[in-house]
Design a protein around this ligand. Structure first.
Ligand code: NAD
Length: 284
């Protein structure tokens, strides 16, 4: 069965929109998200456009800050400090990647942990790793939501996370541990990935290698969450998007699988809206 990420995301977005309306009728202003884009990376421009459109649809105010590609680290840090201090801003998102003259870790650390809707600040990463409430990165949060909606309780499930990035793999592993799954994390130095996949009831692939995970690697009846977004050449010209899993092969072995596109991507944006609502605080 294909897991319809678009439909799950639409429901979550509708819930957020309802909560924003309820807040407004109780006298609160709309939640506000500052979106900072440095430079002109084409993929980042698309992501930012989609995030801003989703905010608008949910009744969340977005404050767009576009900075030139040659913006200095000091100028970006000064903007983040202003946004931290601005009581009209609930959430701050600095779109990654940043240009090479800027130290990404420094910028992430400068965002107030209470406005860190991407959940990348070390304080929020630490909260997640220690099981405390905090902002959780949107992509792994969306994956967890899809898994729980599909499988219910994850207690005792054998879960394999492929990838150990701070944005996807590591927080995904923490979320699955907190959901009482038995978690294995594979990465570029892991041995015998097919054998690790064979054991897994749940596979979350976040590698960035087109169709690396083959259908023959999977256990029959597994649930597969494909985080990868890879653009590959199409027969006859042009390009198409594929995930990290060979979908056509995996679909006949897995019990449930997310498509690319239309799986994890829409949930990422819906979870950003949810995090922004949370950043705005409880209903007054
Ligand atoms: P990353 O490059 O930071 O991390 C990739 C991870 O894969 C690394 O930890 C590495 O150890 C591991 N890896 C590399 N080669 C491997 C191999 N042969 N075997 C096992 N592990 C291997 O990437 P990321 O930011 O975590 O993103 C991963 C993918 O997810 C990318 O395709 C990215 O575009 C996509 N992504 C999608 C969304 C979304 O909303 N759907 C969000 C973020 C990232």
């Amino acid at each position: 069965m294909i897991i319809d990420g678009k439909a799950h995301a639409a429901r979550l977005r509708a819930d957020v929109a309802q909560a924003v309306i309820a807040r407004a009728s109780a006298g609160a202003r709309a939640p506000a998200l500052a979106v900072v884009l440095v430079g002109e990376d084409p993929a980042s421009q698309v992501y930012v456009r989609n995030k801003i459109a989703a905010c608008r649809e949910a009744g969340i105010t977005s404050i767009e800050q576009r900075l030139a590609p040659d913006t200095s680290e000091a100028a970006l840090l000064a903007l983040v400090a202003d946004l931290n201090a601005d009581s009209g801003v609930d959430g701050i998102l600095v779109q990654l990647p940043l240009p090479p003259q800027i130290d990404t870790a420094k910028v992430i650390a400068a965002i107030s942990p209470d406005k860190d809707v991407d959940g990348f600040h070390p304080v929020n990463a630490g909260r997640l790793a220690t099981g405390l409430p905090g902002f959780v990165p949107c992509t792994p949060l969306g994956c967890l939501r899809l898994l729980q909606a599909t499988l219910g309780d994850l207690t005792g499930a054998e879960a394999l996370v492929i990838g150990r990035s701070n944005i996807v793999g590591r927080p995904m592993a923490s979320l699955l541990i907190s959901a009482s799954a038995t978690v294995t994390v594979a990465h570029s130095r892991s041995r015998d990935l097919p054998a690790l996949c064979q054991r897994a009831d749940i596979v979350v692939a976040a590698v960035g290698r087109p169709e690396m995970v083959r259908g023959s690697w999977l256990k029959r009846g597994a649930t597969v969450i494909d985080v990868g977004i890879n653009r590959v050449p199409k027969e006859g010209g042009g390009t198409r998007l594929v995930g990290d899993v060979a979908f056509d092969e995996a679909e006949s072995v897995a019990a449930h699988i997310t498509p690319v596109p239309g799986g994890v991507g829409p949930m990422t944006i819906a979870c950003l809206l949810e995090n922004t609502l949370w950043a705005a605080g409880p209903r007054p």
